[in-house]
Design a protein around this ligand. Structure first.
Ligand SMILES: [Zn+2]
Length: 80
């Protein structure tokens, strides 16, 4: 996915607003994507305060976590 098509660019791909915010700091308040009882991602959430469009992204560090990715590939359905 090209960065320019996501809120990560700081510009909303839906409405063009730059009122884009991201939750990062407080670990305890981050949304978690539970993969199994012991494996989970902490999601980075991006929100456009103008139109309400939001996106959740897996932090790059977790994308390189082989255990997590292996579990996803085993238990989730591939799209397409
Ligand atoms: Zn927007």
């Amino acid at each position: 996915m090209a960065t320019s098509e996501t809120l990560q660019s700081g510009v909303c791909p839906r409405c063009g607003s730059t009122e884009v915010y991201r939750n990062t700091e407080s670990r305890g308040e981050r949304i978690q994507l539970v993969v199994s009882s012991t494996l989970r991602f902490l999601l980075a959430t991006y929100l456009c305060a103008s139109c309400g469009h939001f996106e959740e992204h897996i932090p790059p560090d977790d994308l390189h976590n082989e255990k997590l990715i292996k579990k996803i590939k085993e238990s989730w359905h591939k799209v397409g």
